[in-house]
Every structure is written in structure tokens, then in C-alpha cells.
Design a protein around this ligand. Sequence first.
Ligand SMILES: *Cc1c(COP(=O)(O)O)cnc(C)c1O
Length: 433
Amino acid sequence: MRFYSTNKQCSDASLEQAVMTGLAPDGGLYMPVHIPEIPRAFFNNISEMTIANIAYVVANTILGEDIDSAWLNSIVTDTFSFDIPLKRIEENIYCLELFHGPTLAFKDVGARFLARIISHFAAESVESVNVLVATSGDSGGAVANGFLNVPGVNVFILYPENGLTEMQKMQFTNLGGNIHPIAVRGTFDNCQHLVKTAFNDSELRKRMKLTSANTINICRLLPQMFYYFYGVAQLPELEKKIDNVVISVPCGNLGNLTAGLLARRMGLPVKRFVAANNSNNVFAKYLKEGKFEPQIASKTIAHGMDVGNPSNFSRIMDMFNGDFQSIRSVINGYSYTDEDIRHTMVDTYSIDNYLLDPHGATAFKALKDDLRPGETGIFLETAHPSKTARIMKDVTGVEFKNEEKIGNGHRPSNIPRISSSYESLKKILLSST
Ligand SMILES: *Cc1c(COP(=O)(O)O)cnc(C)c1O
């Protein structure tokens, strides 16, 4: 597969080039030059398949020319060391629990797959590879967990100093080794901007090999398609529902939604997507008014979605040739305040006896507001409720006593703190080589 840049100002790249550079040289995001379709017959037996089986078929369809089948098989088997069960919540509404990975976040899927691909290419290279990632919460832990102790790979994780929960920080700030946390006095958008600036700094890129572990990187995005197929596969009596499935996605940087749209292009039967925003509603507003106006992100209780300038918007635009009506025919958007999200968490716990974290609650609410009679809805639950323990206790009264700690249990020390100006980041990166 070749990959083109959404800015279309540079030549196509191989898989290795796309994965090992992250961002295209013209500043655009990579996309596959064509999206191969999986024959409809695949869906006749999909209900009997495991997540790893499904992932193999999907991955092989798109990356089969680049990765030999034994290697691909071991990558998907290693990636899915955990299940992604679909739970029935209400009549016609199902929850796809994406939080059973090692850091209890859906980002484990993309991070684990990407880490295995990068470590393969890094093993063939003499120079070490530097992975940059900006995190609004869960990417940091998932990426650190995926890359910890991978030889030849250094990981720099930029996070907003005051934007993460204790547990999220514990997952990556105290690991040491090849994992380097950097606290930024600013928001997630500032972190993301710093990463982008580093990628566009040609002098830096001459001096060190840099790639991204955010959904900028196409190999973090592609594996997120797998669980959309697996979610649909688990619907009881799928043959009766197959043409009426609606999937609701809690959106931040729009990576998850983009992966869903790609899965649909590959043939996954999805009638439409529901994009659920918190009060950072840039995308929901775009869907309503046709204007994309990035904002400064504000802090909400669904903080993994606190993004004011979602980076994958350009991929979505590109997939639909910028045509607003085509985008609107496939995606409906909603946004909710913290108050709405809290109400949904309380109601779902008391009525359905199901505990939703704030991200899943946002997607559930949007699905309920969107679903029509005769349709079957799936919403994505992207983080385990224990990851936002304090909010869970305040809102639902449910306490998580034994928060799972990943890392060595030590308080992190000596984490560099930088402002949101680029020079301080550059200094840190250069001093590490
Ligand atoms: C990152 C994140 C999201 C948003 O996903 P995007 O792919 O950035 O849109 C949703 N929920 C949680 C828990 C997250 O960590």
C-alpha cells in the first residue's frame, strides 16, 4: 500500500516511510491511496470469528503487500492480548467495551499495534527512533506501555501539566528507561502544537529520527478499524440487524471516528455514525453549520475529548472530498455539557445498572438522542470508569479502591516542565541524542 498526504504537496510514501515519519513532509496526514473493500460474504461468518482473526483479515486486506502474513499474524495476536466484549445495555443499545487493555483505555489497541510495527522497522535501523506523543490523558499510558523497553526507540510524552488524573500520570511518568515524560504549562492543544512544530522543524529532523505515536500516525489509526468489525460481529442475530446499525463515538481528535469511517469504506455495514462531543464542540458545530472553527479547549469531565482543534478533521474532509452534504449523510453530531454527562451517568447506573465513565456516557447519550425505531445502536466505551475514579465517586457514589497502578509505584521526580513555546522542547529533544 502507498500512502498520500492530505496536503497533496509531496510524493506518496511506503508503509515504512509513513510509519517512521508520522507526519508527511508537507505537513499533511497520510492516508492509504486506495481503500480496498472486503467482500460482503465475509460478514456471513464474522460472528464466529475472534478479534485477532478479524483483525488479521482486515489488516491483511490493507497491509498485506507490505507485511508478510506470519509477521502480521503475530502483530495482531500480540496486540489483542485482551477481549473487547459487546454488552447489551437496553433494548437495541449495546456498549462496546474498549477498556480491557493493560492501561484500561481504548488507546491501547492503536498504541500496541503501532509499537510492534515501529519496533520491527527500528530493529532494521542503526539510528534510534524518537517517538513524540501529545496526550490529553490516555495516550500517554497506552503508548508508554506499548513501547516500554523496546530497543532503539525513545518515547517523549508531552502532557498538559494540570490536565490529567493521578492515575493517568502514574501510568507513564515514573517508568524511566526509554519513556520520557514532559509536562507542558498549557492545554492539550498546546502539546499537540508543539509536536507538530517539531515535525515541521527540518533542522531537528536532520539531526534525529522522529515519528509520532498520536493518530497523526496512520498505523495508530488503522488498527482502530478492527474493533468496529468485531463490535458488529458480536451483535446477536446480526443478519436481521445488519443494514440498520448506528455507531456512536465519543470524539476528541477524531481518530476513532476516522477509523470507523475507514472501516465503513472497507465494507463494514454501518448505516451512520454519531459523533458525540462534550462542550468542546468544534466538530458537532461543523456538522450543524458547515463551518470548522477551531477553539481553545476547555476542561470538562470527559477530558480525553477536550480538544479544540481536532487533527483528524483533515482526513475526514479528504475522505469526502470536502463535501459537506456527503459528510452529513453519514455522520450526525451532538454536544453535551458536563451536567448532561453527569445526568446520563447517574441514570444509566440507576436504570440500567451499568456504570459508564464520562466518555462512554457522552456517546451513550448521543446515541439515545439519535437512534430511530428499527435501528440497532452500538456506542464505544473508551475508558474504564476507574480511570476517572474521583469523578465516578462524586457523580455516582461508586468508589474504586484498588486503582490499578502501572509503573513502579514511585512518585515521579525531575520531570522537565516547559512552557508552550517550542524552543524549550527542542532543547530537551536535542540534549537526548
Ligand atoms: C482520546 C480519547 C477519546 C477521543 O478519541 P479521539 O480518537 O481522539 O477522537 C475518547 N475517550 C477517551 C477515554 C480518550 O482517551
